[in-house]
Design a protein around this ligand. Sequence first.
Ligand SMILES: [Zn+2]
Length: 127
Amino acid sequence: MNMSKSWTGPTNAQQQAQTEIADRLADVGFVLPGSLTVRSTRCGKSNCACHADPPRLHGPYAQWTRRHKHLNLTPDQQADYQQYFDNAKELRNLTRQLETLTLSVIENDPRFANRTTPTEHFDESRH
Ligand SMILES: [Zn+2]
């Protein structure tokens, strides 16, 4: 076996970074799937104040969207669930950080030599 071609795995610094992300993941708490949007709307009645100039829109309404379906939340539901949506965002953020870190761990694997690296191949900058 050619030792210059062996992969050494994560560095101490990368291991430390993984531990820090894992600690934060452990603290995420409850997470709700989908997304929460708050919007004000117009109704179908042309003589309603929402069509006046200036318009007085209905709402704001909190809407939970998941799998292309919408569910209206009451204001107190929105207040109670907001943290769960915030936690879900934090979870996605930490997952992305962990993925980016892990990509950097394997980026210098010599077994990719003379081929495109994963970052080039999947073009991480495109999304
Ligand atoms: Zn209206």
